[in-house]
Design a protein around this ligand. Sequence first.
Ligand SMILES: Nc1ncnc2c1ncn2[C@@H]1O[C@H](COP(=O)(O)OP(=O)(O)O)[C@@H](O)[C@H]1O
Ligand SMILES: [Mg+2]
Length: 256
Amino acid sequence: MSRIIAIANQKGGVGKTTTAVNTAASLAGKGQKVLLVDCDPQGNASSGLGVRLEPGAPSFYSFLVGNSSPAPIRHPLAPSLDLALLPAHPELSAAEWEIVSVDRAEHLLGRRLASISDDYDYVLLDCPPSLGLLTINALTAAHSLLIPLQCEYYAMEGLTLLLDTFHRIKLRFNPDLRIEGVVLTMFDRRNNLAHQVANEIRKHFRFRMFRTFIPRNVRLSESPSFGLPALLYDAGCPGAKAYLELADEILNEGGH
Ligand SMILES: Nc1ncnc2c1ncn2[C@@H]1O[C@H](COP(=O)(O)OP(=O)(O)O)[C@@H](O)[C@H]1O
Ligand SMILES: [Mg+2]
């Protein structure tokens, strides 16, 4: 059975897409069959993997709202990695409006994914920076929620809001949803505030906090412009190594 992990945080720029792309590549690098689903109309996960769609091309949007059979578009990237992508482009922003009137709209993605997810060991959902219907769909379809968190002053407030949403979705739509864990991103060891925030979270967060910290690493921000995950851009860089460690933690403790 596949394991579906939603990567979400309503705040933009905290490292969701970087985490989604690089964790997907790392899991694939460890021999897993992985599908990365770009649930964000901004399409950053798609462009970060070198995929730019023409308007109207089959995509996550047609997968979600189309009446056609929900076969995904698969873009095998590097032949060495068993990594497929369901890409997005901006017309997906209309989907949020189009699906509100659908019966049990929160369950749409879950229903669509049911027909394909068993082809994969892991399905990662890269969520948009909001708690709107697309993110609610991702959390309703997922087995678990992985939360990338940047160590900054308001991190705890943001986390509390996200956990409220988690509990509400668990109560109403997806009783089995659990927390995969919090991963600290863009971590700077020399920054005292980063350590303080990390300690705060460790004190108050009663779910798993990954041991792996993702360091601030320029290779991670460069690799999308080459359409590559860091693992294929510069396998030895600290960012690529950190995401491999994160993948190990997911594999070892994910109850897969
Ligand atoms: N660990 C990191 N080190 C350096 N830059 C990073 C790191 N993680 C993310 N970034 C950069 O920060 C920006 C926001 O990251 P992104 O993953 O797109 O966040 P989100 O999907 O949450 O909006 C991007 O430009 C990305 O390249
Ligand atoms: Mg993003």
